[in-house]
Ligand binder design. Structure first.
Ligand code: SF4
Length: 308
């Protein structure tokens, strides 16, 4: 049962992080309008089971008035609300309190702040830390998200139950992370990736939505477009068996997508998301209604698709 909706309020971000699985950055396009936000919030009420609404990106604080109004409306409808931010706006704790107080006053439930080497490295005046201190000052519940550079067993001396090296750091190998971070990491046999470890694809508990109307089960894996069909209908009529890519992942994991569509492939991949992302990238022109938007796969509209 769906209980969370995550708005990708904008794909634009001031950073262009190597670990970003959405290819967000200063040039990334796609920001919600207030009308679109209100439409989705009305639908979220109709669905009945939705409890929490998150706003993330890209960087949602780039559109401060829109973010403020969206949280206000979501809170007034009784949803618990959250924001995921990199905290770029928190130059000092005092300033961060100024930015956050209006959100506290309209009932923001939760603030999640990216604080890791990709965003701020060893920077002395760390905006993420200022934002966390400001949130604590205002009694806003908060946490920090820390994604490190990938590490392998040689450094962290960790193996899984089969003795395979475990890759530390917490990055998900999709989007720009595939382009930037996989070099030199250990790989496993492609046929070993027989399930999705991270998303409830059969009975989704949360979806991400973007301003193009896409409703994502996992970023880039689409089950409908709320600009064409009501979100209520998309959620109530979703059947994993009728979605060619989701069905293959649910039945046989990312390796099942490669087999099902007879895709060319490498001998090994870093993890489930790596092979899944590459397989989806190879299928994007075949299933444009199920895979996209193209910019999340690092493609411009005029680019040819790559092969796996
Ligand atoms: S990329 Fe594929 S394997 Fe990874 S979480 Fe998404 S659906 Fe699951």
């Amino acid at each position: 049962m769906l209980n969370g909706i995550h708005f990708l309020l904008t794909y634009t971000c001031i950073f262009e992080c190597d670990h970003c699985f959405l290819y967000s950055g200063p040039g990334a396009k796609g920001t919600f309008t207030l009308k679109q936000v209100n439409r989705v919030l009305d639908e979220a009420e109709n669905i009945g089971s939705v409890e929490s609404i998150f706003f993330e990106g890209g960087e949602p604080f780039l559109y401060y008035p829109l973010l403020l109004e969206s949280i206000k409306t979501a809170s007034s409808k009784g949803f618990s609300t959250g924001i995921v931010t990199n905290g770029y706006w928190a130059e000092t704790v005092e300033d961060a309190v100024l930015w956050l107080k209006p959100f506290r006053d309209i009932g923001l439930s939760y603030l999640s702040i990216s604080d890791d080497p990709f965003h701020y490295g060893e920077k002395k005046n760390n905006p993420a830390k200022n934002a966390i201190t400001a949130a604590e000052t205002l009694n806003i519940e908060s946490n920090s998200i820390c994604i490190d550079e990938p590490t392998v067993s040689a450094q962290n001396n960790t193996t899984d139950s089969k003795g395979e090296p475990v890759i530390g750091g917490g990055a998900r190998f999709r989007g720009r992370a595939v382009e930037k971070l996989i070099s030199g990491l250990p790989q496993k046999d492609w046929e070993s990736f027989t399930s999705c470890p991270y998303e409830e694809l059969k009975n989704p508990k949360r979806v991400h939505i973007d301003s193009f109307g896409n409703v994502h089960l996992c970023q880039g894996l689409i089950i409908g477009n709320f600009m064409k069909t009501s979100l209520t209908d998309i959620i109530s009529s979703f059947n994993p068996d009728q979605h060619p890519v989701v069905r293959a992942i649910v039945n046989d994991g990312p390796a099942g997508v490669v087999k099902r569509f007879g895709l060319e492939h490498e001998k090994g991949y870093v993890d489930e998301c790596h092979i899944c992302y590459q397989a989806r990238l190879a299928l994007i022109s075949r299933f444009p209604e199920y895979l996209g938007p193209r910019q999340v796969y690092g493609l411009r509209d005029d680019c040819l698709d790559s092969t796996i």
